[in-house]
Design a binder for this molecule. Structure first.
Ligand SMILES: Nc1ncnc2c1ncn2[C@@H]1O[C@H](COP(=O)(O)OP(=O)(O)O)[C@@H](O)[C@H]1O
Ligand SMILES: [Mg+2]
Length: 256
């Protein structure tokens, strides 16, 4: 029996509570992810995908409902504890790479370790190791603006992985990548998932990219409207199912 890594119970997020125009971006959503799960989130623009993963991953705090990561209820932790917990358990990858321009690639990758007061010798060792894995080891002394888009994204991924997170949270991680770099990233995710048991929760609008996952959540108007499991399907069969859901759901958006 696998361990639960992420549990969300009846999570609701309302932006602008107490204002004239509150927006309910997420309503009564529940999810159970076990260690080693690879879950993808799709849905129309503005349907609540980013709100969903932000509220499930300590980046934002739900208006209602509970979130447990690694068995710990996020709401019961203090701010410092959440910070430490994040460095120890979670790796974030966003569409914007968010590398700091004034830091070298080495220093950028080291940020989560520096923030958690890791000894310098260990920082050097871990950065080298993860940089090699992501093929950015020859770039460690360069600055982000001296690197290509693909290299910057790989550096951002190295930064997310340098703490050996148990759960990777990614919001449109391929949004700024060309198709080859996108597939290389997903091959890496797949490897981390299959060989190292890392759990992944990822938003994408690309059915091909989503077909690397084992489970797909289709979000609409702040609800999980559809869930598809890969099960025994081939990646290709799963891909067609994902395309179908997207196409059926998109058609419903037309009024006539
Ligand atoms: N900080 C915010 N304040 C107010 N409304 C927001 C905020 N962030 C998102 N929203 C609204 O919540 C809804 C869901 O947004 P979001 O989660 O970003 O959707 P998606 O990622 O699927 O495009 C949208 O209607 C959006 O306008
Ligand atoms: Mg979004």
């Amino acid at each position: 029996m696998s361990k639960e890594i992420l549990v969300a119970e009846n999570v609701t997020k309302i932006y602008g509570v107490g204002t004239k125009n509150p927006v309910t971006a997420l309503e009564d959503v529940s999810l159970k992810m076990y260690e080693g799960d690879f879950v993808c989130v799709m849905g129309p623009s503005g349907s609540g995908k980013s709100t969903f993963i932000n509220n499930l991953s300590t980046i934002d705090v739900p208006t209602k409902g509970k979130v447990f990561i690694n068995g710990k209820e996020v709401r019961t932790m203090g701010e410092n504890e959440v910070g430490q917990f994040r460095y120890q358990n979670l790796g974030f990858i966003f569409q914007e790479f968010n590398l700091l321009d004034s830091l070298t690639i080495f220093e950028n990758i080291a940020v989560p370790l520096t923030l958690s007061n890791t000894p310098l010798s260990e920082i050097k060792e871990r950065v080298q190791l993860v940089a090699k894995k992501l093929d950015v080891d020859i770039l460690l002394d360069k600055y982000p603006n001296e690197c290509s888009g693909g290299q910057r994204q790989r550096a951002a991924i190295a930064r997310a992985l340098v703490t050996n997170p148990k759960l990777i949270v990614a919001d449109e991680p391929t949004g700024n990548l060309d198709s080859q770099n996108s597939h290389e990233l997903l091959e890496l995710f797949k490897k981390l998932n299959e060989e190292e048991g890392v759990s992944i929760l990822m938003v994408t609008h690309d059915s091909m990219i989503a077909s690397y996952s084992q489970k797909l959540l289709y979000i609409k108007d702040g609800h999980i409207a559809e869930t598809i499991e890969k099960g025994n399907l081939s990646q290709k069969e799963y891909f067609y199912k994902i395309v179908d859901v997207n196409s059926v759901e998109s058609q419903k958006l037309f009024v006539d």
